[in-house]
Design a protein around this ligand. Structure first.
Ligand SMILES: [Zn+2]
Length: 132
């Protein structure tokens, strides 16, 4: 005789207490367990009182701002290591490696020169396109 016992418990649960407890716990399952009723019954009682049982989003913890490795200014995105001023030096590590062993990294130096040339051309084109 399981069902009558459960019904007794359901009748015993004071809706006001259930509502108050749910307001503290914000958890249908745990509230129901305390009163010996199902979480669906808790939801019915609570919803009847005009309280939403929908999921409540917790505020996200604030991300600490990333700082430029070079000057310590805050950077634009969550991924970048350098600020807008120092971002152009993203090949820093390569430059350093080239300086340490110019022969070994000669191909890197050539690549970086090529990139620099391309960037200059691109910036020129942008400067020409902007005023027009
Ligand atoms: Zn910087």
């Amino acid at each position: 005789m399981n069902i009558p016992t459960r019904n007794m418990a359901m009748r015993k649960a004071d809706p006001e207490k259930v509502i108050a407890r749910y307001a503290e716990l914000r958890n249908l399952e745990r509230t129901g367990r305390e009163f010996g009723i199902t979480r669906e019954r808790v939801r019915q009682i609570v919803n009847r009182a005009g309280i939403s049982t929908g999921r409540q989003l917790k505020p996200k913890p604030e991300r600490k701002t990333r700082l430029c490795k070079e000057c310590g200014d805050p950077v634009a995105s969550a991924h970048s290591l350098y600020c807008s001023t120092h971002r152009l030096e993203k090949h820093k590590r390569r430059y350093r490696a080239i300086k340490a062993d110019p022969e070994k990294y000669a191909h890197w130096r050539d690549l970086l020169k090529k990139y620099d040339r391309r960037r200059k051309i691109r910036l020129q084109e942008q400067a020409e396109a902007a005023p027009a």
